[in-house]
Write a protein that binds this ligand. Structure first.
Ligand code: UDP
Ligand code: MG
Length: 318
């Protein structure tokens, strides 16, 4: 038993989604190699190119030729950060798997710290972003409030500042791979999945090069996914508000009837307008909420693959 362990070192997989990161991949690779020298593990670096339009795939192809530890999965188009991570995780062969961004905002120097926690027996090592040096006030505030709201209305515990920079054990990965929803919020899924967890804090430095790939539209979509995937509270809230406005309208009808009976029936234009616009507005809001859920149900029932791969570069172990 022991002799087998001696021949074959444990394998660490590092999964990196990249989208138009031509100015970052080389630097990222160098930093990871530096960090990994201190660990006594075999390793593979899996880049997932999320439909980049720049020279990123070319640079990845070069890296796979230079270093047999590097693999690259080139997706057929842009699937988004969460699905790119998922693709990399599905292909990881490691006993432990680290996911991290390729723009150096998740410091590669921390890799040995994550591995150390894993060796101590933790199965999920989650990092917590204390602050992002270059995030503007709006991003910081919206992020803070978003986590407050999502924790208040959903059943799972999502740590504020939780990022997708984490290490998971093979066991956790096997479980995670059974979760095949399209609209995914991996932070929430990891909170749901259990296992023995610990946290490490870090301060995210500014991006090494390039700009954030998250447009406000993508951020909003991601934020909504987090809520609809983990809470039906907005739907229930719509029922409560509906009941409340129903009750109010009963009171109003009584009032109107009373006025009619005592003969002081006013023209009533103002009341009518208020009620009509208020109730109309509420209905539109809640139709919208229901629509968000139905849209997501529609996406899931199509049962399409989560992503598809145009090319696979580099070697597999074994
Ligand atoms: N990314 C991706 N697909 C996307 C958007 C981003 O694979 O559609 C990658 C990106 O290349 C980076 C990581 O996900 O490695 C995080 O993205 P970014 O740095 O733009 O996000 P931010 O740090 O601004 O939240
Ligand atoms: Mg970033």
């Amino acid at each position: 038993m022991n002799s087998i362990k001696l021949v074959k070192k444990m394998l660490l997989s590092i999964v990196v989604p990249v989208y138009n990161e031509e100015d970052n991949v080389e630097k990222f690779y160098e930093e990871v190699i530096k960090a990994i020298q201190t660990i006594d593990m075999d390793y593979e670096i899996i880049f997932v190119d999320d439909g980049s339009k720049d020279a990123t795939p070319l640079m990845l192809s070069r890296l796979t030729q230079l270093d047999e530890h590097v693999r690259a999965l080139i997706l057929a188009r842009n699937f988004g950060h969460q699905l790119a991570i998922t693709c990399g995780m599905d292909h990881a062969q490691g006993d432990a798997v680290i996911t991290m961004d390729g723009d150096l905002q998740h410091p590669p120097m921390m890799i040995p710290d994550l591995v150390k926690k894993w060796q101590e027996g933790y199965e999920v090592v989650q990092t917590i972003r204390l602050a992002t040096d270059d995030a503007n006030l709006l991003k910081r505030m919206t992020s803070k409030w978003y986590y407050k709201i999502i924790n208040a209305i959903s059943q799972v515990d999502i740590v504020p500042g939780g990022s997708d920079f984490r290490l998971i054990d093979r066991k956790v990965l096997e479980t995670f791979m059974l979760f095949r929803e399209h609209d995914r919020f991996i932070r929430g899924m990891m909170g749901d999945i259990g296992y023995k967890r610990t946290m490490i804090q870090f301060v995210a430095p500014p991006r090494y090069a390039g700009k954030s790939k998250f447009s406000p539209r993508k951020m909003l979509r991601f934020a909504l996914d987090g809520i609809t995937a983990y809470s039906t509270m907005p739907l229930r809230a719509s029922l409560y508000v509906g009941l409340l406005s129903g009750l109010l309208s009963v009171l109003l009808i009584i009032h109107v009837l009373y006025c009619k009976l005592v003969g002081t029936a006013a023209p009533g234009w103002a009341t009518t307008m208020i009620v009509v616009s208020l109730v109309g507005g509420l209905q539109l809001i809640f139709l919208g909420i229901i629509g968000e859920y139905i849209g997501r149900i529609f996406e899931e029932v199509k049962r399409r693959p989560l992503y598809w791969i145009r090319a696979e570069l580099g070697h597999h172990r074994k």
